[in-house]
Design a protein around this ligand. Structure first.
Ligand SMILES: Nc1ncnc2c1ncn2[C@@H]1O[C@H](COP(=O)(O)OP(=O)(O)OP(=O)(O)O)[C@@H](O)[C@H]1O
Ligand SMILES: [Mg+2]
Length: 472
C-alpha cells in the first residue's frame, strides 16, 4: 500500500486514480445509463455495442484464400457468437471486385447489393422491414480492414452483458488514452493548487503556535480562513494551550504562596538561631538559613512579575537614579569584601519603561556576582548609556563561550562550592524578558565578564512618548 505523507501528493494520486476509473468506465457508467434514461429508444444504445462487437468478431474471422478470394472462416469466436445469437447473419462485400466473401449470408447481402455498387456506407444501424422480430438490429459499414476497403454487414444479434466488456476494451484506444492524460494532468494541477491554497491559513496558524512558549502562553492560532475540516484540530490545539496556561498559572501561584507562607517561619527560625550561643555550628546554620531566605526572596520577586502580567505597560522610571541607588546600597558590602564599585552614567535622566523593584533586583544580583568574581582590590564598574543599556563590568575569570547561555538556566553554578543558589541570573533573564529587554554576557576587554542589559528606552517626542530598544 502506497503511503503519502504529503496531502498534495495524496490528492494528486487519487485524482489520477479516480479520473482513470471514471474516464475508462464512462461507456457503462455514463453513456449507456444516459441513453437509457434520456435517449427514448434505450435499446439502441445497447445494440450499438452489440452490433459493433458482432462486426469485430466477423472481421477477425476473415481470411484470403490462395486464389485471392475472401472467406469468413468459422473461427471458435464466431461459432460461440452464433451459438449465443441464433439469428445472427453476416456478410462481407468487396466494393472493388463487387463480390461477396465466401461464408456471407446471401439473403442478408441481397437487401443491399443494388445500392452498394454506387454508394459507400460509412456506418448505419438498420432493421430489415420484413423481419418479424421488431427488436432485431443490424449494422452496415464500409471501412479499411487488413484486406482493403470492405463493406461489412451484421444482423440479428441480441444484447448480452458481456458486450459491455467488449466496449470497455474497445474504449482504450490511443486517442482516448491521450485525452485521459490531458484530463489527469489538469486535474492533478488543480488538486495541487487547491490543497496548497486550502492549507495556507494552517501555515499562518503554525507560525503563531511556534511562537508559544512558557513565557508567552496567551498566543492562540486564528481559525479565520482555516478549512472547516481542520477547525477542530486548531481549536483542540488552542484548548490544549489554554489548559497548559491555567496549569502553569496554578503552579506559579502555588510557588508564590508557598514562598510567602515560608517567610514567617524562616524569620522566626533566624531569630531563634540568633539567641543560640556562638559556635561554629551556629554559623553554619545561620548561613544555611540565609541561603533559604535568599531563594524565597527570589521566588517572590518572580511571583511579583507574574502577578503584574496582563497589566498595561510598566511605568516610566529613571534608570540613572535607580542604578545609582542600588550601587550606593551595595558599596559598603563591596568595601567590606575589599573591592570597589564605580558608577558611570550620562548627566541627565535615562528614562525606561520598567518596574523599579525589578531593575533593582537584577542590578543587585549582577553587582553581587561581579564583586564575587572581581579580584581583591579591583573595581567593578556599573555603566549606563543614553540608550538605556547598562553594563556590569568585572575583571575576574570571565564566562567562557560554552557557558554564555547555560549560565541563565535556573540553579546553574559553575562550582558547587560557590555561595549562591544559581537562581539570580535565571530570574534576571525572566524579569528583563518580561520587560521586553535583553540580557547577555560578553568578555571584558583585558579579561573578566561584562553583563549587558538593554531595556526599552522611552523617547519623549513633544507630549507623546515612544519606546525604543537599543540593539547594542
Ligand atoms: N561575573 C561573573 N563572572 C564569572 N562567573 C559568573 C559571574 N556571574 C555569575 N557567574 C557564574 O554563574 C553562576 C550563576 O549565577 P547566578 O547569579 O545565577 O547564581 P548565583 O550567584 O550562584 O546564586 P544567586 O544569585 O541565586 O544567589 C554563578 O554561580 C557563577 O558560577
Ligand atoms: Mg547571583
Amino acid at each position: 500500500m502506497i503511503r503519502f505523507r504529503s496531502l498534495s501528493s495524496l490528492m494528486v494520486f487519487f485524482c489520477i486514480l479516480g479520473s482513470m476509473l471514471a474516464f475508462f468506465t464512462t461507456p457503462i457508467t455514463v453513456q449507456i445509463p444516459f441513453s437509457y434514461f434520456l435517449g427514448g429508444d434505450h435499446r439502441q444504445a445497447l445494440e450499438v455495442w452489440t452490433t459493433k462487437r458482432a462486426r469485430a468478431i466477423m472481421v477477425e474471422s476473415l481470411e484470403r484464400r490462395p486464389d485471392g478470394t475472401l472467406v469468413i472462416e468459422m473461427t471458435p469466436a464466431l461459432r460461440a457468437h452464433l451459438a449465443a445469437n441464433p439469428n445472427f447473419r453476416y456478410a462481407v462485400f468487396d466494393i472493388q471486385s463487387g463480390s461477396l466473401a465466401a461464408g456471407s449470408s446471401e439473403e442478408l447481402a441481397s437487401h443491399f447489393r443494388h445500392f452498394l455498387v454506387d454508394a459507400e456506407v460509412f456506418g448505419s444501424l438498420f432493421h430489415l422491414s420484413g423481419d418479424a422480430d421488431a427488436r432485431s438490429r443490424g449494422y452496415i459499414r464500409t471501412t479499411k480492414t487488413r484486406f482493403g476497403r470492405l463493406t461489412t454487414i451484421v444482423y440479428g444479434c441480441q444484447f448480452h452483458w458481456d458486450d459491455l466488456l467488449f466496449q470497455l476494451q474497445a474504449y482504450a484506444i490511443p486517442e482516448n488514452l491521450f485525452s485521459y492524460l490531458v484530463l489527469a494532468f489538469v486535474l492533478s494541477v488543480v488538486a495541487w493548487i487547491v490543497v496548497r491554497r486550502g492549507l495556507s491559513p494552517l501555515r499562518a496558524a503554525a507560525a503563531t503556535i511556534a511562537s508559544v512558549d512558557v513565557n508567552c502562553l496567551n498566543q492562540r492560532a486564528s481559525i479565520a480562513n482555516i478549512p472547516t475540516e481542520l477547525v477542530p484540530f486548531v481549536e483542540a490545539v488552542n484548548a490544549a494551550f489554554e489548559r497548559v496556561r491555567k496549569g502553569v498559572a496554578l503552579q506559579k501561584r502555588f510557588t508564590a504562596n508557598s514562598a510567602h507562607e515560608l517567610r514567617t517561619p524562616i524569620a522566626i527560625l533566624r531569630g531563634r538561631i540568633e539567641k543560640l550561643e556562638e559556635s561554629p555550628v551556629k554559623q553554619d546554620i545561620e548561613r544555611d538559613v540565609k541561603r533559604i531566605q535568599t531563594i524565597l526572596e527570589q521566588l517572590l520577586v518572580l511571583a511579583q512579575i507574574e502577578q503584574r502580567e496582563g497589566e498595561l505597560s510598566p511605568p516610566e522610571i529613571d534608570l540613572r537614579e535607580t542604578l545609582l541607588h542600588t550601587t550606593a546600597d551595595y558599596m559598603p558590602l563591596a568595601l567590606a569584601a575589599n573591592r570597589h564599585v564605580a558608577f558611570e552614567a550620562p548627566k541627565g535622566p535615562v528614562i525606561s519603561s520598567a518596574y523599579r523593584w525589578a531593575v533593582e533586583s537584577v542590578a543587585m544580583n549582577l553587582i553581587e556576582n561581579a564583586v564575587r568574581a572581581e579580584p581583591k582590590g579591583g573595581t567593578v564598574l556599573i555603566k549606563l548609556t543614553e540608550d538605556a543599556l547598562f553594563e556590569v563590568v568585572d575583571h575576574g575569570e570571565g564566562v567562557s563561550k560554552e557557558y554564555r547561555e547555560i549560565i541563565f538556566e535556573p540553579f546553574w553554578r559553575k562550582s558547587e562550592v560557590s555561595p549562591g543558589t544559581g537562581l539570580g541570573l535565571a530570574i534576571a533573564r525572566e524579569l528583563i524578558t518580561k520587560l521586553n529587554g535583553r540580557i547577555w554576557v560578553e568578555d571584558t576587554l583585558g579579561g573578566g565578564a561584562t553583563f549587558k542589559i538593554a531595556l526599552p528606552k522611552v523617547v519623549r517626542v513633544g507630549v507623546s512618548t515612544r519606546l525604543q530598544l537599543s540593539d547594542a
